[in-house]
Design a protein around this ligand. Structure first.
Ligand SMILES: *Cc1c(COP(=O)(O)O)cnc(C)c1O
Length: 469
């Protein structure tokens, strides 16, 4: 299977080449030439199977024989999760279900993709006898998940950029307290969007891309999206798929997670609605309501991993909604860069609205939702998940007979201040993180500047080579 760029001006790549590249050289995002199809009987056969077995069935056709040890990578990736089901499904109310994606090592759903991605990359780099430098922007959870996944991989140096002062203490400490010579943590003076733009700029600079052998693990990396398709199948099958359709509500920032749900649907999973849940940073809710995708000011909220205005993976959905017209996507993306927004044409807008809803949940509603779920179901939920549940209730009111699965994207202990405010209870960290607040922190504060970042990277790479030799 070949992968093509949404902007149509980069070469098509194999799965493993797209895995290493992350972003396409024309600034676009990779998508498969066609989506593999799963028959109803194949989907029905997932019932009762271990998570890793379903993962292998879903992921194998995308990888297309380009990774020798895919089976071993998948088994190892999910062996370290704290729940035997990996992603257990629990019921919160009438036709309202919670898919718990936070039982991995860093307590957010990012672990599901990152634990597999790191093992895939290690294999590809070993096969090619190469090293890579990974640079990633994070709104908090990607950084921790990437550090946990790559800290023991010698062929990789990892640079993580997070917005200074805009992540929770638990999130920051999960990144800054890992003592590994190949891990470099940067607090960037700016927002997440600034960090993401800086990383995109590095990748767009051919000289720097080659100098550092840059590889990307942000949610634009196709392999991450593929890994996330799996739990849409496992959860829907648990509720009777493919014989009964379900809907999903997904706390959304960069649009990677919900895009995976759309791909599951394309592969044959009967799906009624995909509900985009946003916090006060509601560019997607505004875009679906008005047809204009327009960047606003980033607002700091209780759900910082969704404090994003530019939703990178939305470009993939736009590409599909425009009938894979790469020239149209180039036009929209250049308007975004130059004028800070664009209008979505009538036909693609209608196509998107026919499958997606978008609901904005504000700060007060988020707090009320955390309190309500504690009151009604005796369950502590994190603020991102609360945004998802709030949006799910709105959508469920329209279609009460269709089961609604909310993606629980983070463990409540990652955001204790918000939980305490809503319920008076402080959720304890699980045992493997119990000493997080006594560990020593290591990070550097940098200005939002490409040349400064590149100089810092050179210096750190020299230092880590010295430490290794
Ligand atoms: C990353 C993240 C999100 C947003 O996911 P996207 O794939 O970027 O839309 C939501 N919740 C949590 C806890 C996250 O870490």
């Amino acid at each position: 299977m070949k992968y093509i760029s949404t902007r149509g001006e980069a070469p098509s790549l194999s799965f493993t080449d797209a895995l290493i590249a992350g972003l396409a050289q024309d600034g676009g995002l990779y998508l498969p030439e066609a989506y593999p199809q799963l028959s109803r009987s194949e989907i029905a056969g997932f019932a009762g199977r271990p998570y890793a077995a379903v993962a292998e069935a879903v992921i194998t056709p995308f990888v297309d024989g380009t990774l020798e040890a895919l089976h071993a990578a998948i088994e190892a990736a999910y062996a370290g999760f704290a729940h035997p089901a990996v992603t257990p499904l629990t019921q919160l109310g009438d036709n309202l279900f919670l898919l718990e994606l936070f039982h991995g090592p860093t307590l957010a759903f990012k672990d599901l993709a990152m634990q597999l991605l790191s093992r895939m990359m290690r294999q590809v780099l070993a096969q090619r006898g190469k090293r890579a430098t990974i640079v990633a922007a994070t709104s908090g959870d990607t950084g921790a998940a990437a550090i946990a996944a790559f800290r023991d991989i010698d062929a990789v140096d990892l640079f993580i950029l997070y917005p200074h002062g805009r992540v929770s203490d638990v999130q920051r400490r999960q990144m800054t307290t890992v003592a590994a010579d190949n891990v470099h943590v940067v607090a960037l003076d700016g927002t997440f969007d600034d960090a993401q733009a800086l990383v995109k700029g590095l990748f767009a600079n051919k000289r720097l891309r080659d100098e550092f052998s840059l590889a990307g693990v942000n949610s634009i990396n196709w392999a991450r999206v593929v890994a996330q398709v799996v739990y849409y199948f496992t959860s829907a099958v648990a509720l009777g798929a493919p014989y009964r359709p379900v809907s999903f509500a997904v706390p959304t920032g960069n649009f990677g997670d919900i895009l995976a749900g759309w791909i599951a649907k394309k592969m044959g999973l009967p799906t009624e609605r995909l509900v985009i849940a946003t916090n006060a940073n509601d560019i997607l809710a505004r875009a679906l309501a008005t047809g204009r995708y327009e960047i606003g000011q980033v607002e700091a909220t209780q759900s910082p991993s969704m404090d994003i205005q530019v939703s990178s993976n939305f470009e993939r959905l736009l590409f599909e909604a425009y009938g894979r017209d790469a020239a149209a996507i180039r036009r929209l993306m250049s308007a975004l860069q130059q004028a800070g927004g664009f209008g979505i044409d009538a036909e693609p807008l209608a196509a998107i609205r026919s499958e997606f809803d978008a609901v904005r949940i504000g700060e007060a509603e988020t707090t009320e939702e955390i309190a309500r779920v504690w009151r009604e179901a005796q369950k502590l939920i994190d603020p991102h998940t609360a945004v998802g549940i709030g949006a799910a209730r709105t959508a469920l009111a329209v279609r009460p007979h269709i089961p609604m699965i909310v993606l629980g994207t983070a463990h409540p202990a990652k955001f204790p201040a918000a939980i305490e405010r809503a319920t008076g209870i402080t959720p304890p960290l699980p045992p493997h993180l119990a000493d997080l607040f006594t560990r020593e922190e290591r990070f550097d504060i940098l200005a939002n500047d490409e040349r400064g970042l590149a100089a810092y990277m050179r210096q750190r790479l020299r230092a880590s080579k010295r430490a290794a030799s």
